[in-house]
Design a protein around this ligand. Structure first.
Ligand SMILES: Nc1ncnc2c1ncn2[C@@H]1O[C@H](COP(=O)(O)OP(=O)(O)OP(=O)(O)O)[C@@H](O)[C@H]1O
Ligand SMILES: Cc1cn([C@H]2C[C@H](O)[C@@H](COP(=O)(O)O)O2)c(=O)[nH]c1=O
Length: 658
């Protein structure tokens, strides 16, 4: 059982799955199908390259580009058909037939040995691959998504490596005209293996997954800055794939070089996907997504400039890592469907547009002094793509930034150290004091001991004859109690961070107007368990909203009332949360990194205004803390309590509830 009461299920135990073994077999079938799918891309494009070997670079580029377009277009344009087929046909039979058909189509390509049939086969393979998408691209339950996606997409690097090996074998054994045949035959056999694996399953232990929504529809429906970052990244990755065959050839790499570039890209991406959630964990995912897309564009720029295959392969691997990290961040920021739709469309634009562009640009020899630089059409097209991707990345960075005003470099440096960067906050300017009373606020994370210490301070003050009002936030007034219930109830879901901030501010405005200010005007000492700094720490630092803006909002809500003293009880979140006995409320249930940020936030606030704060290590014994608080409060009381008198008479105030 998790803390939130959700039981984690083994994928194999989920409804629809009959046994572990059946689920494993399904994954094997998915892996084989995925392997065949990914292998068919270089195999068919390489074959198109062989068939157009006498047509010059532009002709070859066009043929390869067209094969890629025909393979990718069905996923963009015909996705609804996949949903229709999934709902009408028996899925097990459909998949067996689909893979037998893919086997026959791919195996027929080297036998027919003609460009039009290669194109037709590429399109039909692309269409048939759609029949698998309800399983791999649909709305799967979370528990099943990871293993299924790993099986379907994790085979891409394996396919690229396999293609490289097959290309090396072919180079050694057969003539130019048949160099791509072996890869096609192996692809066909893999499809046949996938069909056999599905046939071996008596029933399909797959979830009732639906087809993903049509990419174009999603694109129109959900526009967002994350889409710009994904578009730039997919444009760059699509450009690398579309031009890789000719790029590798220009650098003397042949089909093996082509495979090496694809392997570098896909292995890098897989590594990036793994790293994504782990790298720079404290950094905002929105910032990371923007940064990753800019990094992809910059690496592509290098890719387009260098003229050495090994360097290109290494740079492509780095590009893949950045793309993978960006993809993982995009998933967190915008879910799965929308980034997938954007990526598909952008990749289609890249494979459709860049090969002809490279052909049109043609090759040029540039002279600079004594040096000569061969700028081929492929290089120029890569550089143009990099420039467009960079532009998209920079705009995305600006629009995605949810830490405006917080400088990027220290933010990233802090994230590299595993910390959240906390900028020194501007001290709150206190409004001219009109009240006669004294205001003491207790602040700190969960279970720090605020309520305990606020109560003890109030008792001590009353013992010395002061008029004391103890209060707390949220929920000290009648209306505030309703707001508290709304804010802390775990049933309150989907509350936006801004709405949360406003509700806390509303509670505070009511609290100040009806409790704190009247008490202070009559000269009482107000002791409050939490005040404005809680909003700055929780909603500002915890929720990563602009701290300055929250401070301004609260200045307005409170009419600028600032405590005379703020006691910050400092305790590691884990210690504080472990002290609490009641079930965790909505805010307490936030993950530990949220509470860490809150703690950092309180620290930064105290550092920015040290005169107003008393910061105490609250993991120490209670009585030590109490004594230090009394010493500090004594200094701000209108008519000081004489410490010496207490020492002489040993009249340490008895702690009794008032
Ligand atoms: N210094 C301390 N050492 C150990 N336990 C403490 C200390 N101070 C308070 N506690 C205990 O920790 C628990 C939480 O204390 P308290 O309610 O005062 O914290 P709080 O900061 O007000 O919590 P919350 O964030 O829920 O408002 C109580 O059981 C209290 O007795
Ligand atoms: C005032 C204030 C509070 N919070 C959070 C902090 C706590 O999790 C709860 C209050 O619970 P407590 O047991 O009474 O301390 O609310 C916040 O996020 N922002 C605020 O301004």
């Amino acid at each position: 059982m998790t803390r939130t009461g959700v039981t984690r299920q083994d994928p194999a135990e989920l409804p629809g799955a009959t046994s572990n073994q059946a689920f494993r077999r399904l994954r094997a079938a998915l892996s084989l199908s995925g392997l065949g799918h990914w292998l068919s891309v270089p195999a068919l494009t390489a074959f198109a390259g062989v068939l157009t070997r006498d047509q010059g670079t532009a002709g070859r580029l066009q043929a390869i580009g067209l094969v890629l377009v025909l393979m990718l277009a069905p996923a963009v344009l015909l996705a609804p058909l996949a949903g229709l087929a999934a709902s009408r046909l028996d899925r097990r039979i459909t998949m067996i037939v689909a893979d037998v058909l893919r086997f026959a189509l791919v195996a027929s390509v080297p036998i027919v040995h003609a460009l039009p049939w290669t194109m037709a086969a590429a399109f039909l393979v692309g269409c048939i691959s759609l029949l698998w998408t309800p399983l791999v691209g649909g709305a799967l339950p979370e528990e099943q998504q990871a293993p299924v996606l790993r099986a379907a997409y994790g085979t891409a690097p394996v396919a690229a490596l396999l293609f490289t090996v097959l290309a090396l074998i072919s180079d050694a054994l057969v003539g130019v005209a048949h160099r791509a045949d072996l890869a096609l035959y192996v692809t066909a056999v893999v499809f046949l293996g996938a069909a056999a694996a599905v046939a071996a399953l008596r029933e399909l232990p797959a979830p009732e997954a639906s087809a993903p929504p049509a990419p174009l529809k999603l694109l129109v429906r959900e526009r967002g800055a994350a889409g710009l970052a994904v578009a730039g990244t997919a444009l760059a990755a699509g450009g690398v794939v579309a031009l890789a065959k000719v790029h590798a050839r220009e650098l003397g790499g042949g089909d093996a070089g082509y495979g090496a570039i694809l392997a570098a890209l896909t292995l890098g991406a897989a590594f990036g996907l793994f790293l994504g959630p782990r790298v720079l964990a404290p950094l905002s995912r929105r910032r990371l997504l923007g940064l990753a897309s800019v990094a992809v564009a910059l690496v592509l720029l290098a890719d387009g400039l260098v003229q050495n295959l090994v360097v290109v392969v290494v740079a492509t691997a780095v590009l893949g890592v950045a793309a993978g990290i960006g993809w993982a961040a995009a998933h967190t920021v915008a879910g799965f469907g929308y980034p997938r739709a954007v990526a598909l469309v952008a990749a289609l634009v890249a494979v459709a547009g860049l090969p002809p562009l490279a052909g049109v640009l043609g090759d040029h020899r540039l002279h600079a002094g004594d040096g000569v630089y061969d700028l081929t059409g492929v290089h120029a097209a890569l550089l143009i793509t990099a420039a467009v991707a960079l532009l998209l990345g920079l705009v995305a960075c600006r629009r995605l930034d949810d830490r405006r005003g917080i400088p990027l470099l220290p933010d990233v440096q802090a994230a590299l150290r595993g910390e959240t960067y906390v900028p020194p906050a501007a001290p709150q300017a206190p409004a001219p004091k009109t009240e006669r009373g004294v205001f003491v606020a207790f602040e700190g994370g969960e279970g720090a001991g605020k309520t305990t210490q606020a109560r003890l301070a109030a008792i001590w003050l009353r013992d010395h004859g002061y008029d004391v009002v103890t209060t707390h936030e949220p929920g000290a007034t009648k209306n505030g109690m309703r707001l508290r219930a709304l804010l802390l109830d775990k049933e309150t879901t989907g509350l936006s961070s801004r709405a949360e901030t406003l509700l806390y501010a509303a509670d505070r405005a009511d609290h100040v107007a009806n409790v704190i200010r009247p008490a202070m005007e009559r000269g009482a000492i107000v002791v409050s368990d939490r005040y404005v700094d809680s909003s700055l720490a929780y909603q500002g630092y915890g929720r990563r909203q602009p701290v300055e803006e929250i401070a301004e909002l609260n200045t307005w809500a409170t009419g600028g009332l600032v405590p005379d003293l703020t006691v910050l009880l400092e305790v590691p979140p884990e210690t504080g949360l472990n002290r609490l006995s009641a079930p965790a409320d909505r805010i307490e249930s936030e993950p530990s990194d949220f509470h860490e940020r809150v703690r950092e936030g309180f620290r930064a606030l105290a550092e920015a205004d040290p005169d107003r704060y008393l910061v105490l290590d609250a993991s120490r014994p209670q009585h030590e803390i109490t004594r230090e608080i009394q010493d500090r409060i004594r200094a701000i009381l209108p008519d000081p309590v004489p410490a010496a008198a207490e020492d002489i008479t040993s009249t340490f105030p008895a702690i009794t509830d008032a």
